[in-house]
Structures are given as C-alpha cells and as structure tokens.
Design a protein around this ligand. Structure first.
Ligand code: ADP
Ligand code: ZN
Length: 730
C-alpha cells in the first residue's frame, strides 16, 4: 500500500506503552516510496532505533512531529501477510504491537548498525548421504571421521565438529578439494533427488494422507498416533508432494535437540531445500534462513516455536509435531503458544494445519471431540511391535537402595547383559532435594526464594534450583545446634551413584543440566547413546522427548507422586503425557520394551485408567472432570502476574486493578493469591486468575484492565505480565 503522498507515517517500535507512533517524512526523503513493512530509523528518546512502518494512515499534519532519519529498505522487509498476522496476534494476546512485531524478527535485523549479512561456511556431503564406498576410500582417518559425522549430522560449521576432530576446518577444506563436500552459506540441505525410497503406507497412514490432500484449504487436523505409528512418514509424504508442486512447508518441533533428527528425515526424503531454524544457531544463520524462506529459496523449515513467525512466499502447510509439548508456549515476555498461533496462521493463510501427538493436549483432544479439528488416528506401530508393558511397583513394600528397588536393579542388569540399554527417568537433578535436622526438623531453605535447597554431592554444597545461588553445608543445625543433619529424598546424582555401586562394570550415563551444559556435550551424549552401547541412562526430562533410541528396552520412572498432590489442575495431564512419551522410547526397532513405574500410590485411579484403558480413556475422564469444575479446556483462562521486592507494592497493584475493573458476570476472578512460590529471587509474586466461559467477554475484561495498567497511573516499581491461555498456575 502506498503512503508516499502523505507527510507522515506510522511506525511500530519495541516499546510497551504505545502501539504506534507517528513520524514526519522530511523533504530530503520524500522522493522515496515508503511502504508498509519497510524498516526506517527514527529518533526516540535520544536514541536512533529501527522501526517498522505499519499501515497507511490518515493522521493530520502536525509540525511538532519528529522526522525519520533514514529509510533502510527499498522493498517491504515484512510482507503484508506478516503484518496482518502480527496484528491479529497482538489483538489476541493483548501485547503491545511493537513487542509482537519485534519478537517476530531475527535479532540481526533489529540493530540499525548491523551491516549486510556476513559470510558463514556450512559443510555438507555432495554425494548421497548413504554412500559408504567413499568412506572406505578415504586414506586419512581424520577425513573419514569428518565425512561420517557430516553424513549423520550435516550440514554443520567446522567449529561444531572440533569435539570429534580438532582440525575439522582443515579436513573440510581437504574434502572439499576432493570434490566430496558442498559449501553453503547456511544450515540447509541443497535439493537433490531423495536417497531413500518411500515406504508403503499403512492403511491408517494412507487414510490420513488422503484426507488431508483432499482438502487443502484451512483445516486443523489432529494426527493422533501412538508412538512408533509413523506420524513422521505422514508429514514427509504430505510435504514431499507440496514441495514437488513448488510450495513451502513449516514444521515445528518442541526443542532444539529434536531439530536435527527431523531435519535429516526430511532432507533424505524430499527433493527440496530443507533448513533448520532455532535459537541455538548463530544470529547470522537465523537471519539468513528467515530471508531465504521469505524469498522462496527454501522449501521446508524445521523450527522451534519462534519459527511460527517466519515469512514465506508460498506457505502451504504447517505441521506441529508433539503438539502437547509445553515448550511450544513462550513462558516469559510475550507469552504466546506457537501451536495456537499455527492454527491462527493456518486460518489466515487458508492452509491445513497438522497437529501430531501420541498424547494430545486436552485442548486439542477436546477440539477433535467437538469436530472443530478433524481427528485422524494411527492405532498401530508400523513394525507391529506391541507397545511396552507398563508395571507398577509399590515402593512401600520394597526395600530401596539409593532410590531403586532390588528388583529393578536386577532387571536393569539383565537387559545390560543382553546388550540392551535401560533408562532411569527422574525429574529432579542433584543428590537430594532436602537437607534437614533429625532432631528439630529444621530444613535448609533458600534466602531469596520460598524453596528448600538441593544437596549436590560433587560440589558438596546446597543449591537453590530457582535462583541457582550456592550455600555451604552448616556443621551444626541453625535451629537447635545438633549435628544430626541429613539429606532426604533422591535426585539424579544419587541414583547415578547407586547404579555405579550396585551394577559394577556397567556404563552409567547421567543426563541433566549439571552434566550436559553445552550443545556439543549434548550431541556427544546423544551420539554415544544412539551408538547402542549397553548402558544405563539416568536423566531428567532432557531425555523424555522424541529421541529414538533403538537399543533401549527398559524404562524406569521414579518419583511421580508429587503430581497427585499438586495445586495445578493440569498436573496429572502432564504426568500422563510424560509417562507415555518416556515409555514410548522403549522397544522401537525390533525389540519389545518394558516400563516400570515406582510409586507410593499404586491404587490411585489415575494408574487404573491410564494403564488399564489407555490415554484416550484417561483424557475423556479428565475432560469430564474439567467440565465439572469449569476449568480449561471447558473454560478460558488468563493470569495477571506481578512481582516486586516490596510486598505492599504488589498488594496495592492488585487492589487498584480490582477497584478499577468493570464488573463482568461471565468472568470469575480468583485472587489476588500468592504464587505457588511466593518469594522468588527476593521478590514477592502474586497473581490474579481469570476464568470465563466466553472467550470474547473474557477478552473484553482483560483489555479494559491491561489498558488501565498501561495507562501508567500505577506504581512503576512492579513487574507484571499477562498470560492468556496459561499452561500452568505457577
Ligand atoms: P511416530 O513419530 O509416530 O512415533 P515414526 O514416524 O518415528 O513414529 O515411525 C516409526 C518407525 O516406523 C520409523 O522407523 C519409520 O521409519 C517407520 N515407518 C513409518 N512408516 C512406515 C511404513 N509405512 N512402513 C514401514 N515402516 C514405517
Ligand atoms: Zn533461591
């Protein structure tokens, strides 16, 4: 749209208090055609900031306006479709327009002093990824190593391979001279004819593909398929066809760690240019991927949640894999759900949106049940392998040795002796979650947060898992002076230690944030596990997601009982998803898997339902309960959170809000109540929970309240946020 005959333009800036600002176009720049979506540089509070021209305007000429300084682009940087989408997002989440727009743009483009994108070198194999002969012909052992590593993990920059070969860069150059590698300027695979042939689809897969192909306008689909039922194959088949027709697809995954796997599946099978996009890439790589998707030079992007904002020329499908995963929700700043935005964007672009999961979120389950989403089911594993058997082990009737029962230890030993792998899953790092006095009951607590401190043995210190502050161990109890201070409960570190003690000569790999800190360490750990060496892994949820470990046959899940006592109404939903996802790791290739759950509540109806009948029955039952109490997905929810170093400030903030909010009979307001962890990092946190049956009516209330807060009449010493469709109450 043309705005050039006007003297002013409206722009958005990354600021919270105004949606748009008006600037003057000075005479010196008036010969340039300014279009919506272009970037300009404007003066703002003594700074020069990048701003985005928004839409046409009709603001009257006003000589107090400031002038723009420079026009960066000659064509719209953000396409019209993106502007429309971002505007809708801003309306839905009630976030300042500028924050929404600037969240959607790669960091590189937000800095007015950044030059043109510098060169980066990414290496990938020139030949088909399955060419084994080349490896055997390479004389240099170092080159073999690099070649094989790229075969599995490429494209990569040489610095991501220095952990396997220090001279990676030189080896890449040498292989390039031998005409075995390709260079590219970003992490993407060049289009080449697919190496691997297609499977013959199962009946369920075929039906899913046909149904979606028959209706390529906007339609949300729930691809509800048990682990190992071949959901990925359905994605690939659909995307393959689209790419052959010259169209683009966006594939979202919950975590960076899952991008390489899916990226390679697509790259192997599709005759197109496939690229990854996530926050683990360099700013330059992200910027380049974004630009190439926008210009149509990339066909498929495999991305984490922020990828939902990528502009495309010809987007034809959005896929959200593991749609139930909480990582799709941004949990600070601008709190959006990439899954929900996928549906919103699909509607705007009039294209299908495919949500896949073995354990659909209750939201999607409910939508499928009410025929808002088309429900596609894959009910069999492609290899006809049975799902793993799940046993419940009552820890009250078994003697525990560092957190594991004798029986479990024996089972682990057996699997290892057969050459298999076992996994002990526990969502708690450190040695033990509590240190307390046996005489008076004193417990070591964080100074800054309302939590107990976790004991970490390898540093022989206590650590707060909320603020990460470290404390030394008191010699005497600060409460009564006794020396009987002991640790209580188990964490990954303790289980690891116990396994090393009880299973001599067995390899134990611990995977948590204390042992795996960098992307390279993570890659090395995953490489080792996937190589299939017999071992026991002890890990937190880092290990629970979509990774395929072919040799894993036994999964032990420890300490799930907290969920039954949680204040969060979604706790058991998350537990059921976790249990099924973790157990889905077992027995994938040709081996049958087994799962053992250690619990103190074996008779809980949760286990009867989930294990006796399965996820679908559990979800139906849970849905009825939500309906009975009037909670999501049977209602719509939002939370306003606020925190301050001063308790009174937080209280006053909420009191003020309540005083000024207009009555709305369709919305119930709970609170203000203290957050589950009231004091965190020295700040007091409170929240106000809104629950209502009508989305629009709830929205109206929230709009009125946030407008009031943003009008600036309240105390500035407060940090507040609005969370629409929260996924937890903490
Ligand atoms: P899911 O994502 O549903 O857990 P996957 O897509 O990982 O399942 O598929 C499980 C395995 O089945 C993979 O190894 C995949 O290559 C294989 N597979 C998929 N579809 C078929 C098919 N139609 N015939 C044979 N094997 C298949
Ligand atoms: Zn703390």
């Amino acid at each position: 749209m043309l705005i050039d005959n006007l003297h002013t333009i409206q722009v958005v800036l990354p600021i919270p208090f105004a949606d748009r600002l008006t600037y003057l176009v000075p005479d010196a720049l008036s010969h340039i055609k300014i279009m919506a979506g272009m970037r300009v540089i404007v003066p703002f509070r003594n700074k020069k900031l990048v701003a985005i021209v928004f839409d046409s305007l009709s603001s009257p000429y006003n000589k107090n306006l400031k002038s723009i300084i420079e026009i960066i682009d000659s064509k719209p940087f953000l396409p019209k479709k993106s502007l429309t989408f971002l505007y809708q997002v801003h309306r839905y989440y009630l976030q300042p327009l500028g924050e929404v727009v600037f969240t959607s743009i790669p960091k590189w483009f937000k800095n007015s002093t950044n030059p043109a994108l510098p060169k980066e070198i990414w290496w990938q194999l020139k030949n088909q990824p399955s060419d084994e002969k080349i490896v055997s012909q390479l004389k240099s052992n170092k080159q073999q190593k690099i070649y094989q590593y790229l075969q599995k993990n490429g494209p990569l920059q040489s610095r991501s391979m220095t952990h396997i070969e220090a001279t990676a860069s030189a080896q890449c150059q040498a292989l390039y001279k031998k005409n075995l590698l390709l260079k590219s300027d970003l992490c993407f695979v060049d289009a080449h004819p697919p190496a691997d042939p297609d499977f013959i689809l199962t009946d369920d897969q075929q039906k899913a593909v046909d149904t979606i192909r028959s209706n390529m306008g906007f339609h949300p689909y729930l691809l509800d398929g048990i682990t190992g039922s071949g959901k990925t194959e359905v994605y690939i088949r659909l995307v393959k066809q689209l790419v052959n027709e010259g169209k683009q697809a966006l594939v979202l995954v919950p975590e960076i760690g899952l991008t390489p796997q899916l990226f390679h599946e697509f790259a192997k099978r599709i005759h197109g240019r496939v690229c990854v996009f996530h926050s683990g890439l360099t700013a330059v790589a992200r910027a380049r991927a974004w630009v190439k998707a926008k210009s149509g030079e990339i066909d498929v992007i495999v991305a984490t949640r922020s990828g939902i904002f990528t502009p495309f020329t010809n987007l034809a499908m959005i896929i959200v894999d593991e749609e139930h995963d909480l990582s799709f929700k941004q949990q600070d700043g601008f709190r959006y759900s990439a899954r929900d935005l996928a549906v919103m964007r699909g509607k705007m672009e009039n294209i299908p949106v495919l949500l896949g999961s073995a354990t659909p979120s209750l939201e999607s389950f409910n939508n499928a049940k009410n025929n808002k989403y088309h429900w596609l089911k894959l009910r069999e594993r492609t290899n006809k392998q049975a799902l793993p058997r799940i046993d419940i082990l009552d820890v009250r009737t078994h003697k525990m040795q560092k957190g594991l029962s004798k029986q479990v230890l024996n089972q682990i030993n057996e699997e290892i002796n057969k050459g298999n792998q076992a996994l002990v899953f526990l969502n708690r790092r450190g040695w033990s979650p509590k240190l307390s006095c046996q005489e008076c009951g004193w417990v070591a607590e964080s100074d800054q947060c309302d939590t107990y401190l976790t004991y970490h043995k390898h540093i022989h210190r206590l650590r707060c898992h909320h603020c990460e502050r470290v404390y030394s161990i008191p010699e005497f109890c600060p409460g009564c002076g006794s020396q009987k201070i002991e640790t209580m409960g188990i964490g990954t570190e303790k289980i690891h230690h116990g396994l090393l003690n009880h299973l001599k000569d067995v390899k134990v790999i611990r995977v948590d944030r204390d042992t795996v800190k960098t992307a390279n360490q993570w890659q090395r750990t995953i490489d080792e596990i996937k190589s299939g060496v017999p071992c026991v892994m002890v890990g937190t949820q880092m290990l629970s997601k979509g990774h395929d470990f072919p040799n894993l046959t036994l999964v032990i899940i420890v300490n799930v009982d907290n969920s039954f006592f949680s204040l969060d109404f979604r706790a058991t939903e998350h537990l059921s998803q976790l249990m099924i996802q973790v157990s889905g790791r077992a027995g994938r290739k040709h081996k049958t898997g087994k799962v053992v759950i250690q619990t103190q509540c074996p008779e809980h109806e949760f286990f009867q339902l989930l294990l006796g009948k399965g996820y679908q029955d559990y979800a139906l039952h849970e849905l009825e309960q939500r309906q009975a109490i009037g909670f999501p997905p049977a209602s719509y929810m939002a939370i306003i959170r606020a925190r301050s170093k001063n308790e009174k400030t937080v209280n006053d903030f909420f009191e003020n809000i309540l005083e000024h909010s207009i009555d709305n009979p369709t919305v119930s307001i709970m609170g203000p109540i203290p957050a589950p962890i009231y004091k965190k990092m020295g700040q007091y946190q409170m929240q106000l929970i809104f629950n209502g049956n009508h989305r629009q009516s709830l929205h109206n209330s929230l709009k009125q309240i946030t407008d009031f807060i943003r009008s600036g009449k309240l105390n500035n010493n407060i940090i507040w946020s609005l969370d629409i469709d929260p996924i937890n109450l903490s």
